[in-house]
Design a protein around this ligand. Structure first.
Ligand code: GUN
Length: 304
């Protein structure tokens, strides 16, 4: 039986990051300007620490400035809001990202709501979300934007395009599910959002030409949930016990999709890790360049 092709998010992200690097050089040459991304990390969640370290590393690799603001788990909410206000007012800062989830007790909506929409490189403020729904230009959330790019790439390799495809999105989070629906709709896909209360969820998934899984439940999507030839975009990053007795570590990362079973049915599928994850960071870097250009009224160099 033929197996699907692996969608190489790592190399597609590398390509986008090198485009961002060229755009950054062009801003440096033309305006003597280097964009700056400020990332705020509250508490010591291990996964968030890894993500923030990665964002820092790739921001610098792309030639931009990276600022890290670390706050203790028990930080006072007003102190955090004051930090966001300071970053809003700092003219050298182009992008602000508050790593989520925030520790319990902090009001995420209030804190995200303080970010100036012009610096909202995560695309999570009400203004950014409103622009996305209205189909206006703006900063789009990074993970869903990465999903669209990967799906478009996989289809292009088959001589196909997104327009007209049925895209089923599993999950309705503000970070992924909801904005992904709007972005795929913008590409003229037909959209279904499925979630924990959806009836006959397996059948809904089987109707997808493109299946985006973003529920955070390890290996939930089985092989027989997948239509022959579908494109699978797995957003899940779940740490589970490693049952392989020869493995070096006692845990491993798996997605929301049973990869080995899904490969038999899908035409293309993202691996975990190495699929959507690297795209999130590449899209964040792109947003930072776009935010810098928009704030200064500059044309975005290179077709990012
Ligand atoms: N935590 C996991 N993914 C993300 C993301 O894309 N943005 C933020 N702010 N936090 C996250």
């Amino acid at each position: 039986m033929s197996q699907s092709s692996k969608i190489d998010g790592k190399s597609i992200a590398e390509g986008l990051r090198s485009q961002v690097g060229l755009a950054v050089s062009s801003l440096r040459n033309e305006y003597d300007y280097v964009p700056t991304l400020a990332v705020v990390l509250v508490g010591s969640d291990p996964a968030s620490q890894v993500y923030v370290r990665s964002k820092h590393k790739f921001t610098r690799k792309a030639g931009m400035h990276s600022l890290e603001h670390k706050m203790p788990e028990d930080v006072d909410e007003d102190t955090l809001v004051d930090l966001i206000k300071t970053l809003n007012q700092d003219d050298s800062v182009d992008g602000i990202l508050v790593q989520l989830p925030l520790p319990k007790g902090l009001n995420t909506n209030r804190i995200i709501g303080e970010i100036s929409p012009s610096k909202d490189v995560d695309g999570l403020t009400e203004i950014s979300a409103g622009r996305l729904v209205l189909g206006r230009a703006g900063l789009h959330p990074c993970t869903p934007e990465g999903c669209v790019i990967l799906a478009r790439n996989a289809l292009a390799a088959q001589g196909e395009e997104l327009s007209g495809k049925h895209c089923v999105i599993l999950g309705r989070s503000i970070l992924v599910g909801k904005p992904a629906a709007m972005l795929f709709l913008e590409q003229n896909c037909t959209i279904t959002i499925a979630h924990s209360r959806t009836k006959d969820i397996e059948e809904v998934c089987r109707s997808a030409d493109i299946l985006v899984a973003a529920v955070g439940r390890p290996l939930m999507v089985k092989g027989d949930w997948i239509k022959k030839g579908a494109i699978i975009i797995d957003v899940g990053i779940n740490r589970v016990p490693n049952k392989d007795i020869n493995a070096k570590r006692d845990t491993k990362l798996v997605g929301d999709v049973d990869y080995d079973a899904a490969r038999i049915h899908a035409s293309a599928i993202t691996p975990v890790p190495g699929g959507v994850g690297p795209m999130t960071i590449a899209c964040l870097l792109r947003n930072t360049v776009i935010a810098a250009c928009n704030r200064h009224g500059w044309h975005v160099p290179i077709n990012l």
